[in-house]
Design a protein around this ligand. Structure first.
Ligand code: SF4
Length: 97
């Protein structure tokens, strides 16, 4: 009897472990370039190196698979709010440092 119970526990554990593995791997999967219409050139002045998802150290993207050109672009581009403002803007407003 004890042997059956431990076997049930084992299979129950494996079922839960399998489900957790399945869902966690889906969370870390990256999107294919074709799906997000990735291109190797900028679009309307928007480039990967200014995107929130870009990893400059490795030229990778947190959401798109494969090597990423810093001057590329894709449809899920999202401007990194931490980027410094363009230096030309400070010249226009006369607030030079
Ligand atoms: S524009 Fe697209 S491919 Fe480029 S860094 Fe952003 S999300 Fe990744």
């Amino acid at each position: 009897m004890r042997n059956i119970k431990s076997r049930r526990s084992f299979f129950r554990y494996m079922a839960v472990f399998g489900l957790v593995s399945f869902y966690s791997s889906a969370l870390h999967a990256k999107t294919a370039k074709e799906i997000v219409k990735y291109q190797e050139s900028p679009k309307d002045g928007k480039v990967c190196k200014d995107c929130l998802h870009f990893i400059a150290e490795t030229n990778e993207c947190r959401t798109v698979a494969g090597p990423i050109n810093p001057n590329g672009w894709c449809s899920i581009y999202y401007k990194n709010p931490m980027l410094k403002k363009d230096t030309n803007e400070s010249n226009i407003t006369g607030t030079t440092v």
